[in-house]
Unconditional design. Structure first.
Ligand SMILES: *Cc1c(COP(=O)(O)O)cnc(C)c1O
Length: 398
């Protein structure tokens, strides 16, 4: 008899993505069901008392637990190789819940400089109000990390690869630094997903996800997740359960179904990104392509070792500065001009005036955000169509 409660340890990633986490109900449904309910009922007053008191497991209220959300959590935990996952309302609330769960006034975070913009605002504008301070370091420079740590450092936070220059950090080496200092290492795994990079196996303590991106993969819903050990995730769960940034059952269902095609989609995203990077690298209007899949990328070897592919976000620096970059963006008819990524639809943006627009000229220069830089998040359209859409603007520059 088949036992769908059990996830065999030897299942491969694509199998886990399709099968893990679903506990079939008495209705014998094949596809994962949605439970759009805020609360749950009990057979008796005594059962209600036991469940409220936590003496008996079971659903009470959907801010605490929901079966559809649990299915998503079990599936993502299986893919990341974590003991437990807690789903959240957004990627940002995954980071907030982690910080509230693990940090107190006086604690320090050391983070890579090239972080998602709202993450920097969360750290600098809000956590700082509660006495939690953040120091920023160069993502790839382990000496820089080591030098920034103090006895108050409790959390190391990195996004690897970086956006949009595809810089990477050696996760295993960084986790050894964290361990030596008694700090936790959290990796935002949004850009690669567990299909391409599994930070827990490399020694990280926590994974942060914006499910909004590749986990859904079709731009339909906002959500997030934290994955790690039972012990740490029990703390994160406490925050989500009490403070309320929980995932809705509808969104959990979308993400669960999204995961079923994750492996396949990431392969297709990466294959197109690699071909585009190679083509752009040889285009006369292009100064430089930042993609770790290209052998001339400064960290190609580390990326090849640590990741099973190179992702689908490219930085393309065109000759002629901002005017040239804007003209290439404005010449597109197919690509979406938007800062979002992780979608079946290819997106194009000018980081210097959008995602990195808050930085001063000096900060941009230090971060390598040149005025001619364009970011592409390669989608699933026919490669020839994407290439033709870019060629229109690029060819006009030469
Ligand atoms: C989008 C994003 C986030 C935030 O996720 P939301 O779902 O938008 O809250 C965090 N980190 C990275 C790398 C992202 O791209």
């Amino acid at each position: 008899m088949q036992d769908d409660q059990h996830t065999p340890e030897d299942w491969g990633l694509a199998t886990l993505a399709v099968r893990a986490g679903h506990r079939r109900t008495a209705e014998q449904e094949h596809s994962e069901p949605i439970f759009p309910t805020s609360s749950f009922v009990y057979g008796s007053a005594a059962e209600a008392a036991r469940k409220f008191g936590g003496e008996e497991p079971g659903n009470v209220y959907s801010r605490f637990t929901n079966p559809t959300v649990h299915t998503f959590e079990r599936r993502l935990a299986a893919l990341e190789g974590g003991e437990r996952c807690v789903a959240t309302a957004s990627g940002m609330s995954a980071i907030l819940a982690t910080a509230l769960a693990l940090l107190s006034a006086g604690d320090e975070i050391v983070a890579s400089r090239s972080l998602f913009g709202s993450t920097v605002s969360l750290f600098d504008k809000y956590l700082s109000k509660f006495g939690i301070t953040t120091r920023y370091v160069e993502l790839s420079n382990l000496d820089d990390w080591e030098a920034a740590l103090s006895p108050a450092t409790r959390l190391l936070f990195a996004e690897t690869p970086s956006n949009p220059l595809a810089e990477v950090v050696d996760i295993a080496a960084l986790s050894r630094i964290a361990q030596r200092h008694g700090a936790w290492l959290a990796i935002d795994n949004c850009f690669l997903t567990p299909a391409l990079q599994q930070p827990l196996a490399l020694g990280a303590d926590l994974i942060i996800h914006s499910a909004t991106k590749y986990l859904d993969g079709q731009g339909r819903a906002v959500g997030g997740a934290v994955v790690g050990s039972d012990k740490l995730l029990e703390e994160v769960y406490g925050v989500v359960r009490t403070c309320g940034p929980c995932m809705s059952p509808f969104n959990a269902w979308i993400f669960t179904k999204g995961l079923e095609t994750l492996s396949l989609r990431m392969k297709a995203h990466c294959a197109s990104a690699m071909e585009l990077a190679q083509w752009l690298d040889g285009h006369p209007a292009v100064e430089r392509v930042h993609y770790s899949g290209l052998p001339h990328h400064r960290q190609h070897d580390l990326a090849a070792r640590q990741q099973s592919a190179f992702g689908a976000v490219l930085g393309v620096e065109v000759k002629g500065g901002r005017d040239a970059a804007w003209s290439v963006i404005d010449a597109t008819r197919l690509l979406s001009i938007t800062g979002n990524l992780g979608d079946a639809k290819t997106t194009i943006t000018h980081p210097g005036t959008t995602t990195h627009g808050r930085l001063s000229a000096e900060q941009k220069a230090a971060a390598g955000i040149e005025e001619g830089l364009i970011r592409l998040a390669v989608g699933l359209e026919d490669l020839d169509d994407i290439r033709r859409d870019l060629a229109r603007g690029l060819d006009a520059l030469v």
